[in-house]
Design a protein around this ligand. Structure first.
Ligand SMILES: [Zn+2]
Length: 442
């Protein structure tokens, strides 16, 4: 028998919920009354920077989306304090803006001349300015060097996005070996070979920060991973040390302690950089609301994933190279700090070591490096396929008399992939055991 709640108890519940909801609503409204005092627009790198001057701290995250050639900016909890915002035709902006007030807050519509990517952050008072919300709009064509679609994959699920980042480039040669070998050249070559392998892996999509000899700022590399929703970001470098004997590979991942500080330091260093629009922000205090909350929410998961991937990578490299550090190292490199993007930095070898410089000069060795890194990337995603991806695992219950080879054959996998996905280095599974079957899009 299904017992229905009595009418009075349902009503009590309803009233309690209504009261609670009302209370929340009140708090929200009280906290939400920030006023827009001014909107300033200026050039920022290849794009534009919009600074919203507010009379108090922003308490909600802005919602930004582009609809056709118009950028919609919803600013919850901000009230109209301006008659009409003046938005000039500048960079990707067509000029002009439409501003409306809704129950949720202010909605700004900016007509665009071209597609943009964006980032926003908030700043506390400083240098004579009040609280600010800063919105940077960058033309998409400016930084994304390559973004190739992967093969169509049998079965549902999105492609796994791998972002490759060959270090340095252009005017920045990176480390230079005794024979004149430049880090930027060898890491680009390794990166291009690895890119080719990723491209030919079903169910993977490649994004690359550079595929030619050109300089890409660190922040742009990091943002690329973010914007492309990379499942893994791999920065490729070659190490250098004054002591020539030092050799071997190192794999770096962002550390947990580094991450929280990184958020603050990253913002302090880069977004506080001399910028006339922001005024003197050296003394300004960052509003932690938008920045650190968002970063901390997502970064733990990303770091765990990065650590796992880096671990697979270092084991792979151990097969071809001496290891400078046998364990994954943790640090705060800018390129590793994208929230929500599992990121690692691979120092392939020491270009400052004469023997290793010689090896790095050898195209065959660079091929081996690329193949090893590709194997590690594949092994990582077989073990831990991102949710909803084309490689997401399915389940298979092992029946009596069935062996791993039979299951692997049935799903078109190698036994090794099946063993890897199930942490079964040897032996057979037990009847009734649930096996993870990675779907690798083949
Ligand atoms: Zn480097």
């Amino acid at each position: 028998m299904v017992r229905k709640p009595s009418e009075s108890s349902t009503r009590r519940q309803f009233l309690r919920q209504a009261a609670l909801g009302g209370a929340l609503l009140c708090t929200w409204n009280m906290a939400a009354a920030a006023q827009l005092r001014a909107l300033r627009v200026g050039r920022y790198h290849q794009g534009v920077r919009l600074v919203f001057d507010l009379d108090r701290r922003l308490t909600a995250v802005p919602v930004i989306r582009s609809v056709g050639e118009v950028l919609h900016i919803e600013l919850p909890g901000i009230e109209h304090g301006l008659n009409r915002p003046v938005v000039p035709a500048l960079g990707p902006l067509q000029g002009g803006a439409e501003m409306n007030e809704s129950a949720a807050g202010l909605v700004l519509r900016l007509p665009l001349r071209e597609s943009v990517r964006w980032r926003s952050f908030s700043l506390g008072p400083g240098g004579g300015a009040s609280h600010r919300l800063v919105l940077d709009l960058m033309p998409v064509a400016g930084t994304v060097v390559e973004s190739s679609r992967s093969h169509a994959v049998a079965g549902a699920g999105r492609s796994i996005v791998v972002c490759l980042d060959p270090g340095h480039g252009g005017h920045d040669p990176g480390a230079i070996g005794a024979k004149g070998t430049r880090e930027k050249d060898v890491v680009l070559d390794v990166g291009l070979s690895l890119a080719q392998l990723i491209r030919s892996t079903p169910g993977m999509r490649l994004v690359m920060s550079r595929n030619t000899d050109r300089y890409v700022p660190l922040m742009d590399r990091m943002h690329l991973g973010l914007e492309e929703h990379a499942d893994l970001f791999v920065s490729i470098h070659a190490d250098a040390f004054p002591e020539r004997a030092v050799c071997g590979s190192t794999v770096w991942a962002l550390s947990a302690t580094g991450a929280s500080n990184a958020a603050a330091r990253w913002l302090a260093k880069t977004q506080n950089a001399a910028d006339p629009l922001l005024g003197d922000v050296q003394s300004g205090v960052h509003d932690p609301m938008l920045n650190e909350v968002l970063i901390n929410m997502t970064q733990t998961a990303a770091m765990n994933s990065a650590a796992a991937a880096a671990d697979v990578m270092i084991r792979g490299l151990a097969g071809v190279e001496d290891l400078h550090n046998a364990a994954v190292q943790h640090a705060n490199f800018v390129v590793l700090r994208a929230p929500d993007v599992p990121s690692m930095l691979v120092e392939t070898a020491f270009i400052s070591n004469p023997e290793e410089e010689q090896r790095l000069r050898d195209p065959d060795f660079r091929q081996v490096l690329a193949r090893t890194m590709h194997d590690a990337v594949v092994a990582h995603f077989v073990k831990a396929p991102p949710a909803g991806s084309a490689w997401s695992a399915t389940r298979h219950v092992l029946s009596k008399g069935e062996n791993l080879a039979g299951v692997a054959r049935r799903y078109g996998l190698s036994v090794e992939a099946l063993r890897l996905a199930n942490n079964l280095p040897r032996g057979e599974g037990q009847p009734g055991e649930h096996l993870r079957v990675p779907i690798m899009g083949v």
